[in-house]
Write a protein that binds this ligand. Structure first.
Ligand SMILES: [Zn+2]
Length: 450
């Protein structure tokens, strides 16, 4: 997929000549290229690929380029027969829209949670640290349009909290069973590009410690992730911060064993906890190791039977004009598809056609530690009406309505997932959540379909 994005971006940045040339390369590598429902399109496309391979093996590169140019000219003259139309129009999308179709925020394939590192000075001295304060707040450098992460070096972290405190946090991984609960926390988050990232959670020093850094740079503010997540520019950074949020939340809410009430201690570099009264430590508690809990939710774009309208709603607490897809948590004993049907009915009174439900993408949603499972589905037909009747619960939703595809497509710009977002006058009429939300991916993909 990354190759596709690179080519698409190149195509966007260069003249139309290069865009045309690149389109055939994109076709070769694009995973959607074979998803066409027209079998003739795929047959013609396959022949095209075979010819390219033949030329590439037995002739010079220039011949391949000339062949591609001729192919593209033909495709522009008879796009529907040659099957290039949908792919070329995909390239002509705006940069922002193309990003939305490809990226799921708070996740990144370069971020790894395998091979838990040793907790020692040698490892930590080459690591980076994310400072987390009271209420899961972060130091972050924020302007109106972007947020830059603040990853501290080991020396920065030592200067900030002192060598004794750091030593105490490191040794908490090796303390005996009668260890007291430590309010501060050091926990491994992930590895990215061979660098280990750790959260340094200091809930008792919210102001003085963080402000000592803040005072040196007026652009540095203290903020929860929800408020700056959309402004991060790099998806790997968003994945690191998302994991920090979820891991820190896990540790701060699991300081006691749910079976016997004893204190729990951190273990395995912060990837799990264990009861200090556990039988493996000479105690009598038979609880299991405690791993981070993940709450699973369905998030679904429901369209009308004709697919021209989307069912979107808003909650009273959201910024004015924000509409999003419906969503809700999985109940015990339920499948994701059943959750999709139930939540849609509970929030809108609309029945989903079960045969139309299809999985699209999933997303870690670190507020505090959910997994959003994204679906597309159609509403069941409701007599002869073009769009089924809506009957929403006013206690749960402020408004739910059907929105036409063209209207939504014209209003994809702007938006945010921040709860304190200040919408423009235009956005106050209607806007969708920002790039951090899977809802934007689902809505954008539908709105830009031909
Ligand atoms: Zn216990």
């Amino acid at each position: 997929m990354s190759q596709v994005i690179i080519h698409v971006h190149l195509g966007l940045q260069n003249a139309s000549f290069e865009k045309s040339l690149l389109s055939s390369i994109v076709l070769l590598q694009h995973p959607f290229a074979f998803h066409s429902s027209h079998i003739c399109t795929n047959i013609v496309f396959s022949i095209h690929v075979l010819f390219q391979s033949y030329i590439f093996m037995f002739h010079r590169l220039q011949v391949l380029i000339v062949f591609n140019l001729i192919s593209i000219c033909v495709s522009f003259m008879a796009p529907s027969r040659y099957g290039f139309q949908a792919q070329v129009s995909r390239i002509s999308l705006s940069n922002a829209a193309e990003h939305d179709l490809c990226s799921v925020w708070y996740s990144d394939s370069s971020v790894s949670r395998s091979n838990i590192p040793a907790v020692d000075k040698s490892t930590l001295s080459k690591s980076r640290f994310i400072l987390v304060g009271h209420g899961l707040t972060y130091l972050i450098k924020v302007s109106k349009t972007r947020a830059d992460p603040i990853f501290l070096s080991y020396e920065d972290a030592i200067n900030l909290i002192g060598e004794d405190s750091m030593h105490s946090l490191i040794s908490s991984f090796h303390l005996s069973d009668d260890e007291k609960i430590s309010e501060s926390l050091l926990a491994w988050i992930c590895r990215q590009n061979e660098v280990n990232y750790w959260c340094l959670y200091l809930p008792l020093e919210p102001v003085s410690t963080m402000q000592s850094i803040q005072q040196n740079d007026p652009e540095v503010v203290i903020m929860p992730l929800r408020e700056f997540g959309d402004l991060l520019e790099n998806s790997a950074d968003s994945a690191i911060y998302g994991t920090v949020n979820a891991i820190t939340e896990f540790h701060r809410t699991h300081v006691f064993c749910s079976l016997c009430g004893s204190a729990t201690t951190i273990r395995n570099a912060g990837t799990s906890r264990i009861c200090s009264n556990h039988k493996s430590k000479g105690g009598n508690c038979k609880s299991s190791s405690i791993y981070p809990r993940i709450d699973v939710a369905s998030i679904m774009l429901i369209t009308s039977p004709c697919d021209q309208y989307a069912l979107l709603g808003r909650k009273k607490s959201w910024p004015e004009g924000r509409y999003s897809t419906l969503a809700g948590f999985l109940e015990v004993g339920e499948t994701m598809e059943e959750c999709c049907i139930r939540e849609t009915y509970e929030e809108s009174g609309v029945h989903v056609d079960p045969s139309s439900i299809r999985f699209v993408k999933s997303q870690p949603w670190p507020f505090p530690r959910s997994l959003m499972v994204g679906f597309r589905a159609k509403a069941a037909k409701d007599s002869a009406m073009e769009v089924p009747r809506i009957n929403f619960d006013e206690n749960e939703m402020e408004h739910v309505a059907w929105f036409h595809k063209q209207y939504v497509a014209s209003r994809l710009s702007g938006g945010s997932t921040a709860l304190t977002y200040n919408p423009s006058e235009e956005e106050k009429k209607f806007h969708i959540p920002g790039k951090a939300s899977l809802a934007r991916v689902l809505i954008t993909e539908w709105a830009l379909e031909e």
